[in-house]
Design a binder for this molecule. Structure first.
Ligand SMILES: *Cc1c(COP(=O)(O)O)cnc(C)c1O
Length: 367
């Protein structure tokens, strides 16, 4: 069996069955039921955020956060990062907004706030940065810029579940923050997502948008869609949340094993833990400098695959170089994102990855 780049965390089978039994008995399967509400309250507690709204996935959550802030009505430009999963950009474009790609920092791969101001025009309405690999963006600098130019900020925290910065939950920065609970993320509800937010007035709007814009039985107030999280997925989320601290501990041990084995080899750049951040160890990306290391990223990937190890070019290509965007956005140069996308390889990372497997992967790389 090849080692996959990730493996979903699972509760005990019996634990999940126990959690879904009442759903079978009540026959209430979806539409913001009791399990959904319990999951929502547990997440508000765990993430330490004032408000949170659940969604069927992270992508729809992000699209609807943009709508709840009325950005789609205003139209205009949104400054964002090209070094992300394509969902971030799609959510902007599918709302009739224009993405403006800002380059990233070479140390932690998050958006470079020093390069944001130059990209602001009279049409700029928002900034949508990404806490990529769970690394926290420079939230202070971004907030200063947003204040100065009166811009909204929505963070894509799909990678950053459970991360804190100066003991503040990551969901407390900006106007809103999106989380993804997809099966491949370090915390999941099979599919699922959420928006945390600071302003109570977004609560009604988000609730309405995910349910076709229906405010009451005879009241359709918004042009919504269907993005409700169902009871079975909420139950999976509740089970996984019960074990989340243990999950992070096991991931930390895997991270440290990799780090110790690979840190001294020249030509390899590992993901560092940022100061004042409690990380979630969601990913183990390594950048391969071909000159210094002797082999490029693609060669390493092929060699590992031959030896039964699956890795992922996460992220390649950069979003502004993808087929659906490259023609329109080719004038936007983001050299650091481009370089990292050519060098980065995400190694297998999941809570039950055995140390022997980590060692074997490291041996293969170091050989
Ligand atoms: C996974 C992911 C998304 C989308 O979340 P889904 O729950 O899969 O819809 C958005 N942005 C980033 C950075 C992601 O990794």
């Amino acid at each position: 069996m090849p080692i996959q780049v990730t493996q979903s965390s699972m509760p005990k089978f019996e634990e999940y069955i126990e959690e879904i039994k009442p759903i079978f008995e009540s026959r209430c399967l979806t539409n913001m039921g009791v399990v959904y509400k319990r999951f929502q309250h547990q997440l508000i507690d765990y993430l330490g955020v004032p408000y949170l709204s659940l969604f069927v996935n992270g992508h729809m959550a992000l699209e609807m956060a943009i709508q709840a802030l009325d950005l789609n009505k205003a139209g205009g430009e949104v400054i964002t990062t090209p070094f992300t999963f394509v969902s971030t950009t799609h959510a902007i474009v599918r709302n009739g907004l224009k993405p403006v790609f800002c380059d990233i920092k070479s140390d932690d791969y998050t958006i470079d706030p020093k390069k944001i101001e130059n990209l602001i025009t009279e049409n700029t309405v928002a900034i949508i940065p990404v806490h990529v690999y769970g690394s926290i963006c420079d939230v202070e600098a971004i907030e200063q810029i947003a204040r100065k130019y009166n811009l909204k900020v929505i963070y894509d925290a799909a990678h950053a579940f459970g991360v804190t910065y100066r003991n503040i939950g990551v969901g407390n920065f900006g106007d809103a923050t999106m989380f993804s609970f997809h099966a491949t993320k370090c915390f999941h509800s099979i599919e699922g997502g959420a928006i945390s937010f600071q302003d109570e007035s977004y609560r009604r709007k988000l609730h309405c948008l995910k349910n076709f814009g229906i405010e009451g039985p005879e009241d359709v107030t918004d042009i919504g869609a269907n993005a409700k999280l169902d009871e079975f997925r909420a139950a999976m989320g509740i089970c996984n949340l019960r074990h989340i601290d243990e999950c992070f501990e096991k991931r930390e041990a895997v991270y440290k094993r990799y780090y110790e084995r690979l840190k001294d080899r020249s030509g390899l750049k590992l993901l560092e833990i940022q100061p004042n951040v409690k990380p979630n160890y969601a990913y183990f990306p390594v950048c391969f400098d071909k000159e210094l290391f002797g082999k490029g990223r693609d060669e390493v990937q092929i060699y590992l695959r031959k030896n039964g190890i699956n890795t992922r070019k996460y992220f390649f290509p950069a979003v502004n170089e993808m087929q659906c965007y490259k023609e329109e956005y080719k004038e936007m140069h983001t050299p650091i994102a481009h370089k990292v996308s050519l060098e980065v390889l995400a190694l297998p990372m999941y809570e039950d990855l055995a140390f022997e497997d980590v060692d074997r992967i490291c041996d293969l790389i170091l050989d």
